[in-house]
Design a protein around this ligand. Sequence first.
Ligand code: NAD
Ligand code: TYD
Length: 342
Amino acid sequence: MTVIVTGGAGFIGSNFIFFQFENHPEDRIVCVDKLSYAGNIATLKSVMNNSNFRFIKADISDKEAVESIFGEEHPDIVVNFAAETHVDRSIDDLSVFLKTNVIGTQVLMDACRKYNVKRFHQVSTDEVYGDLPIDRTDLFFTECTGLNASSPYSASKASADLIALSYFKTFGLPVTITRCSNNYGFYQFPEKLIPLAINRALENKKIPVYGNGENVRDWLFVEDHCSAIDLVMRKGKTGEVYNIGGHNEQSNIEVIKVILNQLGRPETLVSYIADRPGHDRRYAIDSSKIQNELGWKPKTEFQNGIRKTIEWYLNNRDWLKNTVSGGYNAYFDKMYSEKLSE
Ligand code: NAD
Ligand code: TYD
């Protein structure tokens, strides 16, 4: 079987490729990635020489390039991780989010129709549901919760979800969608909270915390997300959405304190800054559908996963250094310099 993995040089996509080779070594994986600032070819070093692996640098919104790849590879499954993913960047400028997250998804699905692909799996996010009140810990997002995206990023993902479901209803395209909560783990770009905090703490620099730090996220170890996507794309019912989450809700400040504690850094590194506009208060996922229908269960407890993740960043400082290029430093200065006193 041939699986096209878009966005495979990014955080979750690369972990997914490693998961596939470990669990389905017989399958061919074709990674399609445009290598945006968030994509890092060095992350895929360990699979580059695998005869069942091919890397193609291409943009999913480039119809001609996508059709030529499908024509050569005739994929059985296409799983779409490729996206612009950072909320703060989407507040700064939405245009590339619409191009990749919406148009890119359309281009891929049109190619799936043309080449009779057996499954198109869209990797989506719980952020499409909007947010939940912090003090209502009895409330969770289910697959029936209405779409109510708050940020331009999540609105672009919600748009892609709706279009994907419309392709199922209108054209019978065999689509599945997963909506997962926040991931953490190896190879995450350090603009996201956990690797940002680790990276800044390692350098004894201030860690910017939006608002009062009490916003809550439901953290899932990336390998558990990969196992869920693998199940859904192979066994999930077409036209269906599956929520993925680990029932591991933590406030941002709690997570940062765990990181500072493990790295032996003082809590004085925490720096509260002006809140993110439209900042979602709490995400919490009810994943009983995928658990009951497909038997999925997360394996990694947060305490264990965060310890492994911090150790990984400590042992892979070269990866971090190469990733945090001049471009990233310029981004950090632009987004935070006025808000953060060193
Ligand atoms: P990431 O930002 O780390 O990686 C995105 C990858 O997509 C990069 O390799 C980038 O080069 C590539 N890419 C971007 N635009 C492209 C284009 N036009 N054509 C081809 N490739 C392109 O993202 P991630 O955190 O790994 O997220 C992957 C997917 O999972 C996204 O769709 C995201 O919405 C979803 N998701 C992420 C999380 C999370 O916590 N990170 C949670 C739920 C869902
Ligand atoms: P992030 O990693 O950007 O993921 P998302 O916004 O998609 O959930 O942020 C996670 C949480 O951490 C979110 O509540 C915003 C907060 N945050 C900070 O407090 N400071 C930061 O510098 C960043 C990047 C995030």
